[in-house]
Design a protein around this ligand. Structure first.
Ligand SMILES: Cc1ncc(COP(=O)(O)O)c(C=O)c1O
Length: 385
């Protein structure tokens, strides 16, 4: 094989998340609180529209930017929820939010461009920046400030090479949300510096006692905003692979060029199901959110009773507690927990080096699994203290 046969993919390490999931899959008695995936079946009225599409022979390519009716439904949804005016030509349907993140970066980043991202933060941002030969710049979130954004710290990381900032609220892995004041300040800053803000709001429907503010609420921000969302989390549709982007027409057209050449279009069957989700799925969201809310309270109470320090999560479905002082780093803690107690959770370092000292617990699991899993965590801590 030729030397240097691969591209800069060689600079990437495989995701720690996937390594964990693969390991857990081989251990049948393990309780997993590791995956960030809703445990509810896709609501039947939504799934049946996918089946209907197959029965009706709607099994071909769609327009690359997505079915007009789905884009119209998204325009209507964001107008109703956020008073944000985006017409269907400013919407792009993607293969999950994952493709939307990739397209955003690929259409913006030239070699050497800097991209500010959160640490801890979602696992795919940094590798995708590196694949574009951009330079990731980490904004460290601080436990003592509730993992919220310190805008003066953010401003200090920005220079003339900064092309974009990627934010994600409600946040994976911390469960943090963002206030309206921060949204307005960050938007004004991006406008002043002419930086693109990529806002991944895939957990927008999952907030609990505190409100999260969407960047769609920021005034006159369309010029600099790439808004990403999707149906995976809110409607329990991870396997359907429908995400979407809202931005100005110029950015959407550029993203669509890459999208056409790389994936052509998302599954048309899923897009028909997506129309039903957006038009008639509000009650499903409410019901699932209600369940997550109960689970969140249960998980927080249990972690507090184990004397684990944590910022009470206000959104998404993750808790991100500090590990107790048992002489182990996050990775060793998770490995030993898996070996000794058969409980899988994710080491905080999977989300960046600033995640050291934390673990991520997903509460997108049944109450029975949560109870059993947290009992195991409690036993493990007692044993090692
Ligand atoms: C913050 C964040 N963004 C994007 C994604 C990917 O979502 P999708 O299933 O729509 O590709 C996830 C999935 O866990 C996520 O947590």
């Amino acid at each position: 094989m030729k030397k240097h046969v691969f591209s800069n993919v060689d600079e990437l390490q495989p995701s720690l998340l996937n390594a964990f999931f693969d390991d857990v899959a081989t251990r049948p008695h393990v309780i997993s609180l590791s995956v960030g995936e809703p445990d509810f079946p896709t609501p039947w009225h939504i799934a049946s529209k996918g089946i209907q599409a197959i029965q009706d022979g709607k099994t071909f390519y769609s327009a690359s930017n997505g079915l007009l009716d789905l884009r119209k439904a998204i325009s209507k949804h964001v107008l109703k929820e956020y008073e944000a005016k985006y017409n269907p030509s400013e919407v792009l349907i993607t293969n999950g939010a994952s493709e939307a993140i990739d397209l955003s970066l690929r259409c913006l980043i030239n070699p050497g461009d800097e991209v500010v991202l959160l640490d801890p933060g979602y696992v795919s941002y940094e590798p995708l920046v590196i694949l574009c030969r951009g330079v990731p710049v980490r904004l460290k979130l601080d436990f003592n400030s509730d993992f919220s954004i310190d805008i003066s710290k953010l401003e200090k990381l920005v220079n003339e090479k900064t092309k974009a900032i990627i934010l994600n609220f409600p946040n994976n892995p911390t469960g943090g949300v963002i206030s309206e004041k921060s949204v307005q300040e960050i938007a004004s800053f991006c406008l002043k510096k002419d930086i693109i803000l990529i806002s991944d709001e895939i957990y927008s429907e999952l907030t609990y006692s505190k409100e999260n503010c969407s960047f769609l609420k920021a005034k006159d921000f369309k010029k600099n905003l790439i808004y990403i969302n999707g149906l995976s989390k809110s409607y329990s549709m991870t396997g359907w692979r429908i995400g979407y982007v809202l931005s100005n027409k110029k950015i959407i057209e550029k993203m669509n060029i890459i999208h056409q050449f790389s994936t052509m279009c998302p599954s048309i069957i899923s897009q028909y199901a997506g129309i039903e989700a957006l038009e008639n799925g509000d009650d499903d969201i409410k019901e699932m959110r209600h369940e997550y809310f109960k689970r969140r309270d249960y998980v927080v109470d249990r972690l507090k009773s184990m004397n684990l320090e944590l910022v009470v999560p206000q959104g998404a479905f993750y808790a991100f507690p500090k590990i107790p002082d048992v002489g182990m780093n996050s990775l060793d803690f998770c490995k030993s927990l898996l070996e000794e107690e058969g409980l899988a959770v994710i080491p905080g370092t999977a989300f960046g080096e600033n995640g050291e000292g934390f673990i991520r617990i997903s509460y997108a699991y049944s109450m029975a699994d949560l109870k059993m899993g947290l009992d195991r965590l409690e036993d493990f801590i007692k044993k090692h203290k």
